[in-house]
Design a protein around this ligand. Structure first.
Ligand code: SF4
Ligand code: SF4
Length: 119
């Protein structure tokens, strides 16, 4: 078989097959186990120790004044800077940070990308 017929055969074969891509965001996919997505932070368990900000390699957490913790400080997550390493969750002494499987992180501005705050 010549080259052109071979190519045409391949083109027709592939046209009939299901695409490998998905119609995101219209179709949801199930992330693999261990996937690290949007951060969930439980305010009530936070002691304001600042460990999360200390270990964050991307400087995506800064400690800001707060009346909600004993130390009068709480983390502010700059989520668009996050590289989803999970170190903040790993080192938080009260385990109030979790990296969820939510991968829907988009917006018109980088500031639109926010963590999930649980009271
Ligand atoms: S997951 Fe990593 S980069 Fe993102 S906020 Fe936590 S420590 Fe920083
Ligand atoms: S490490 Fe945990 S307890 Fe400490 S400031 Fe961060 S979120 Fe709060």
């Amino acid at each position: 078989m010549g080259l052109i017929p071979k190519i045409l055969k391949e083109v027709f074969k592939k046209t009939a097959e299901k695409p490998f891509t998905i119609h995101y965001p219209f179709v949801d996919i199930k992330p693999v186990e261990g996937y690290r997505g949007r951060i969930r932070w439980k305010v009530s368990g936070c002691i304001g120790c600042g460990m999360c900000a200390t270990v964050c390699p991307a400087n995506a957490i800064v400690m800001i004044p707060s009346e909600r913790t004993k130390t009068k400080k709480e983390p502010q997550f700059i989520h668009y800077k996050c590289i989803f390493c999970g170190l903040c969750a790993e080192h938080c002494p009260t385990k109030v940070i979790e990296l969820t499987q939510d991968y829907h992180l988009y917006g018109f501005n980088k500031e639109d990308i926010k963590i999930e705050v649980v009271e």
